[in-house]
Ligand binder design. Sequence first.
Ligand SMILES: NC(=O)c1ccc[n+]([C@@H]2O[C@H](COP(=O)([O-])OP(=O)(O)OC[C@H]3O[C@@H](n4cnc5c(N)ncnc54)[C@H](OP(=O)(O)O)[C@@H]3O)[C@@H](O)[C@H]2O)c1
Length: 251
Amino acid sequence: MSQSADAILITGATDGIGRALAQHYHRLGKRLILIGRRPQAELDRDLFGPATYCSADLTQVDAPDIIARFLQEQEVERLDLLIHNAAVGYYGTLQDQPEASIHAVVAVNLRTPIALTHRLLPYVIATQGTIVFISSVAAVLPTPEYAVYGATKAALESFAYNLRPELRGQATIQVIAPGATRTAMHAKSGAPLDRLGWARFPAADLVAAQIVTAIQRGKPFSMLGSANRLARFGGRHGAWLVDRLMGRRFQ
Ligand SMILES: NC(=O)c1ccc[n+]([C@@H]2O[C@H](COP(=O)([O-])OP(=O)(O)OC[C@H]3O[C@@H](n4cnc5c(N)ncnc54)[C@H](OP(=O)(O)O)[C@@H]3O)[C@@H](O)[C@H]2O)c1
């Protein structure tokens, strides 16, 4: 065991909220394992070195194997914190969404986080560590034109809720849900940025700082931002009204 500092694995660390989280923990001197799909040569060398960066495409079923092999090569045997942050979206109606995109969204946002949790559980249990699932306000609030994305987040939350009691005393399971954030995710999803009011969304650094605080608090579920908490409450308890309002806006 060559590890001394807390070891933190973050998926989707090459952009947006994941990169901001990686920068934060890097400043604190943590032992980072950063997962992304981009070639290392394109990335900032300070953060993404050969010992920290594992390139793995999370749409692929062998991604957990690739990540586990990387940990073995780096002699990382324990994880204090595993953050499932990577996600992709698709903006558009279900009819327009290509089938390949449906598969990719479900794989990155749901199937791989489950498979990777399964694969890395012994690493987290070894430290009685924490597994964080980054969800979204979209898990509960109807998000027309983001339907598959919203469904994967709802299912991810359900997975976390079921896992939590199973792992009581062995690992902490947290769901942390940001609201809309000014990252490239929306453009990558094909969303109309002006119509969404993208420029007014909070920056990734700010949201990452809120996530860090939520991790420190250790609560099972954290919805970030009071407006988002209200939206979630509305989505959960006033679904009939939200549904109508959303439906009208969508038409
Ligand atoms: N932005 C929002 O409004 C918002 C709101 C609520 C929740 N969230 C959640 O916050 C988390 C981070 O999102 P973000 O906004 O920071 O998105 P982002 O900027 O697009 O970052 C997503 C990260 O996941 C990586 N990724 C995507 N597909 C991958 C694949 N097949 N294999 C490996 N890595 C892959 C991306 O890699 P590339 O750099 O190659 O794209 C990137 O590093 C997600 O779970 C998202 O659902 C975001």
